[in-house]
Write a protein that binds this ligand. Structure first.
Ligand code: SAH
Length: 240
């Protein structure tokens, strides 16, 4: 990373109240691995330094605005891709027990390798589908938090995430646009799955000035056993 890139990262993280200095070597390592891996695989579409710093690292850290990621929580990042938002969050909040879930093997292999290189404890990498994990007793309703960025619309996403969250826990969806319409369309799904919208937080991303929104959904009652439906159905035929 260049000195400019480092400064951009430190300053932008500060906007979320995060002193990123102690974790800087880990961000440098992640940056290098991302650039390296992107040369040979299509791990992520964002490849320039400013883009990686702001759209991957800082955008991931913006989940902290929810104030729901303090303490030794059991967290799952659903459809994590190359580790976003879970990896930057784990790097600044090592006390989180972080599970990375993705349906693409090479993405999970990338995260596994990076976690090993960084010596990050309390991380679990799972290659699989949320629809299947949601019925696995070792995972169903066992997480304090489910995070997700850029996976699907809220109606589908709720079916992928809420079954994994324990009652009293929260799902936090990162959205890059206004969510009123999407939220309206997802109300019935959220209710059926045992969720209640707790908060919608909108803000501008430091450095880019683009609008971002966090949708925070509380798990207020158990998810009925029928959900999630089998792989692919939540996306093809969203609950309504
Ligand atoms: N969250 C990352 C990646 C977004 S791309 C980021 O914001 O950069 C969406 C990712 O979700 C892909 O890697 C895809 O493999 C994964 N995905 C989509 N549906 C899924 C499902 N049902 N279960 C697990 N992973 C899924």
């Amino acid at each position: 990373m260049t000195p400019d890139g480092r400064k951009l990262l430190l300053d932008s993280a500060m906007a979320f109240g995060v002193n990123l200095e102690p974790a800087l070597p880990r961000f440098e390592l992640l940056y290098e691995r991302l650039v390296e891996a992107s040369a040979t695989t299509n791990l992520t579409a964002i490849r320039d330094e400013r883009g990686i710093v702001l759209k991957h690292f800082v955008d991931s850290l913006s989940c902290l605005k929810s104030s729901k990621l303090e303490g030794p929580l059991r967290v799952i990042d659903v459809g994590t891709g190359a580790g976003f938002p879970g990896l930057p969050l784990k790097m600044v909040r090592p006390e989180l027990e972080m599970t990375f879930l993705d349906a693409t093997q090479k993405k999970i292999a990338f995260i596994e390798e990076v976690c090993r290189a960084m010596n990050l404890a309390q991380t679990h990498c799972i290659w699989g589908r949320a629809e299947e994990l949601g019925h696995n007793p070792a995972h169903r309703e066992t997480y304090d938090r489910a995070l997700s960025r850029a996976v699907s619309a809220l109606n589908t996403l709720s079916e992928l995430c809420l079954p994994l969250v324990k009652v009293g826990g929260f799902m936090i969806a990162q959205k890059s646009q206004r969510v009123e319409g999407e939220l309206e369309q997802a109300q019935a799904a959220i209710r059926k799955l045992g969720g209640t919208v707790q908060e919608v937080i909108s803000f501008k991303l430091p450095g880019l000035g683009e609008l971002r929104t966090l949708v925070v959904i509380e798990k207020t009652s158990p998810t009925p056993p029928a959900y999630p439906r089998r792989a692919g159905v939540p996306a093809k035929n969203p609950l309504s």
